[in-house]
Design a protein around this ligand. Structure first.
Ligand SMILES: Nc1ncnc2c1ncn2[C@@H]1O[C@H](COP(=O)(O)OP(=O)(O)O)[C@@H](O)[C@H]1O
Ligand SMILES: [Mg+2]
Length: 467
């Protein structure tokens, strides 16, 4: 007997780590991997929690401390400059900018207060910048537009600026640039540290605020290693897109200071070599990957990519991993086999109920399950352990069980039931059978089923056997 009426009474663990069931040996390693920044190879059949575990590793990592950007390089546009800033540096700059002084328009140079719309160019009196007529002498504060079209259409054009860059001698005698910006009826002044003026000349490719879990498939080289987009104008200074803006980070860079999860690691093929280099160097250049594109001329070297690699493979594919990659993982990390079955103990049965409650909460749109329904799932897990893995215990191929729970939930909703009952589970188990099992039921064998698709006339040679 289970100690609850339905799964709404089960208290779910807050930490993602505790939500993983039946793989305690992996979790122990997972927390070492996260703490010591090692790599991890998870080996096991589908649906046993490889992706789930990779995710939990990222959930216990500290927040990233670095931001990666590329800057325009005026001397050599095809070699954008790499810039790595720490959280402290970014914070300090932000504070400095906020500290920018607010001045009275009387205290800024005449030229500046005129341009910002405060000062009358005729009598020199300061007035509301939104009024284009001097309140003192009645003169127009802004010079009329000389544009012929505007004159003809009699459109009053204001020549008022919101922000101007001003050169003045700095404290060290050298010329420095300061910005004056109109903020209400005050003037904000700050130094042009390159940051404000040069925002257009910088592209942040890996921001400070980012996800520390990055999943990559082996589908494309650009996705994994980054790329430089093509520009039909070849980055022409006036009409093209400047090279630094076309730089795109790869998954290896986005996973900097985080987890790079690669499902079916063996399908990476030749890319495994590049991945290995990235892991060894902890930096990887970004360059155009298509040799016929103008992006191929652009290159940023040494872009940081210090990630924790978590790779997942099926048991049969372990052999097709690139040996040096595998030995790199073992050399600075771990490889573990996931359990497919756990012992049928009271503790594990209650873990199974926790799993059921978790899946229901995660799905969000299905009702909770009765204790009886949970018993039914547990028997299904027992059956599957025996049928699929020829072992006694409870199956940990949980994705399939999760599918049954959701399907039973849908049936409960259709029937307008308040809870998922064992009847709903029973129906869902029947419905969830694979095509092979369904064919077996209706035709006695998949072979016969296939034959009946063709019809005896078109396959005369087989017709007598089939019938
Ligand atoms: N060990 C586990 N503990 C809890 N839930 C699990 C576990 N394994 C799988 N699941 C559930 O099944 C779903 C699919 O698992 P997943 O991690 O994608 O499997 P895999 O990557 O091994 O194919 C998960 O999102 C989770 O809801
Ligand atoms: Mg997966």
């Amino acid at each position: 007997m289970l100690p609850f009426r339905d799964t709404s009474e089960i208290r779910l663990p807050q930490s993602p780590l505790e939500q993983v069931i039946g793989q305690e040996h992996v979790l122990e390693i997972a927390s070492i991997v996260a703490r010591q920044k090692r790599h991890l190879l998870l080996v096991g059949p589908p649906g046993t929690g490889k992706s789930f575990i990779a995710n939990t590793i990222s959930s216990i990592l500290p927040r990233p401390t670095q931001q990666i950007a590329v800057l325009a390089n005026p001397e050599n546009p095809d070699r954008p400059i790499l810039e790595v800033k720490t959280a402290e540096e970014i914070e300090r700059e932000r504070r400095e900018k906020a500290k920018a002084r607010l001045l009275d328009p009387r205290d800024v140079p005449y030229y500046v207060s005129e341009k910002l719309g405060f000062r009358c160019r005729k009598c020199g009196t300061i007035s509301d910048p939104d009024s284009n007529i001097c309140l003192y002498c009645g003169a127009e504060k802004y010079r009329k537009s000389r544009n012929l079209e505007d004159v003809v259409a009699e459109v009053p054009r204001l020549s008022r600026d919101d922000k101007i860059l001003f050169k003045r001698p700095g404290p060290d005698g050298r010329e420095e640039e300061v910005f004056y910006e109109r903020v209400g009826n005050k003037v904000k002044m700050y130094k042009n540290t390159g940051k404000n003026g040069a925002d257009e000349l910088r592209k942040v490719i890996v921001p400070l605020e980012r996800k520390v879990f990055v999943q990559a498939t082996g589908a494309s080289e650009s996705e994994l290693l980054g790329d430089v987009r093509h520009d039909p104008y070849g980055g022409h200074p006036n009409i093209g897109i400047p090279p630094h803006e076309r730089v795109i980070p790869g998954a290896v860079h986005e996973a900097h200071e985080g987890v790079l999860f690669i499902d079916e690691l063996s399908t990476l093929g030749e890319l495994q070599r590049h991945l290995l280099t990235a892991m060894q160097e902890k930096k990887f250049p970004i360059t155009g990957r298509n040799s016929t594109s103008t992006g191929a001329a652009v290159r940023v070297d040494n872009v940081p990519c210090d990630f924790i690699l978590v790779g997942a493979v099926n048991i049969n594919d372990v052999q097709s991993l690139l040996p040096p990659l595998r030995s790199r993982i073992i050399g600075s990390g771990y490889e573990v086999l996931l359990n497919t079955v756990m012992p049928d103990t009271e503790q594990n049965r209650s873990k199974m109920c926790q799993f059921i409650a978790q899946e229901i909460v995660k799905a969000g749109n299905i009702p909770h399950a009765t204790a009886e329904a949970c018993e039914r799932i547990i028997s299904e897990a027992r059956l599957r352990a025996r049928q699929i893995d020829a072992k006694d215990g409870l199956s940990l191929r949980l994705r399939e069980l999760s599918g049954i729970i959701k399907m039973a939930g849908d049936i409960a909703i259709l029937e307008g039931a308040q809870l998922i009952t064992h009847e709903h589970i029973k129906k869902a188990v029947l419905r969830a059978r694979s095509i092979e099992e369904q064919l077996l039921d209706s035709y006695g064998s998949a072979y016969r089923a296939g034959m009946s698709d063709y019809g005896h006339k078109r396959r005369p040679g087989y017709s007598s056997e089939v019938r």
